[in-house]
Write a protein that binds this ligand. Structure first.
Ligand SMILES: NC(=O)c1ccc[n+]([C@@H]2O[C@H](COP(=O)([O-])OP(=O)(O)OC[C@H]3O[C@@H](n4cnc5c(N)ncnc54)[C@H](OP(=O)(O)O)[C@@H]3O)[C@@H](O)[C@H]2O)c1
Length: 246
């Protein structure tokens, strides 16, 4: 199966890991890409790298610094993405989270509240925004569906005391994703996909990538099937796989 060229994606929560590898792969297919996270400096460097991956293809790579944990800012930023890309989105990737240890005996209420805003409230706001007329649904007649893609893991089912805050907020964001997966295909003609990574990408002791979980392996094996499967859907939403594990 192949993935169409020249589509539109916004990625919320962009860093040096899976989001960057996803953007680089899609740039090589000529996708127009909007990148959103809080650090403009980091976004500028990542956008340069993503542009280099276009290999002569004429597509837009734009970025904006914004806090996805603030609903009004997130909605305004996503509106800006659509405006700048010049069309609705084929895929909205919600990837923002604070991936960091927090021991259950030391996590503060403020940490938990802040992480909840980024992971859970952001997922809610992004999904509702996408369903509210911002997804490209006019290719469904050709079998191509828009996709809301929310990155997750297994901390919702196997919480870790040293990752207390992330475990809690991922349980909330993954429940929201599963609820969207039940509602959005019917109500908004949007498919929902949950790429779930079963291990840590980076070894906390060495700071190096665990080779098995390198983003350049995860994108083709875990993310690409969602992009392939949202196209050529002869049976519409029937048979769509919401959750995939890597
Ligand atoms: N890394 C892992 O081991 C692992 C394992 C399983 C699942 N996951 C999930 O995979 C996703 C991506 O993780 P990743 O490690 O690959 O990271 P990544 O794609 O490199 O980037 C995630 C980015 O999110 C941004 N972010 C954090 N808070 C934000 C906010 N309030 N508003 C906007 N952007 C924000 C951060 O950039 P700024 O600081 O510039 O905002 C961060 O660099 C996460 O949802 C994570 O839970 C990761």
């Amino acid at each position: 199966m192949s993935v169409s060229e020249n589509r539109n994606i916004a990625i919320v929560g962009v860093g040096s890991s899976m989001s960057k590898s996803l953007a680089i792969w899609l740039a090589s297919l000529g996708w127009n890409i909007a990148l959103v996270s809080r650090s403009g400096k980091s976004l500028s460097a990542i956008a340069d790298e993503v542009r280099r991956a276009q290999k002569g293809k004429d597509c837009k790579v734009i970025y904006r610094a914004a806090d996805a944990g603030d609903p009004e800012i997130l909605k305004a930023t996503l509106d800006w993405c659509v405006q700048e890309l010049g069309d609705k989105l084929d895929v909205l990737s919600y990837n923002a989270a604070r991936v960091a240890p927090s021991d259950i005996t030391e996590t503060t209420p403020e940490d938990l509240e802040q992480d909840f805003k980024v992971s859970a409230v952001g997922t809610l706001v992004a999904g509702q925004w996408f369903a509210n007329g911002n997804a490209r649904v006019d290719r469904i007649v050709e079998g191509e569906w828009p996709l809301f893609l929310i990155t997750g893991g297994i901390l919702d089912k196997e919480p870790e005391p040293i990752m207390a805050s992330l475990s809690c907020v991922k349980a909330a964001s993954q429940t929201l994703s599963r609820l969207f997966a039940k509602a959005l295909p019917e109500r908004a003609n949007i498919l929902v996909g949950m790429p779930l990574i079963t291990g840590a990408l980076v070894n906390p002791t060495t700071g190096e990538y665990n080779q098995e979980f390198h983003p350049d392996r995860i994108i083709p094996k875990l993310f690409k099937p969602f992009f392939e499967d949202r196209e050529n859907r002869r049976d519409g939403k029937q048979g769509w796989t919401v959750e995939r594990l890597y």
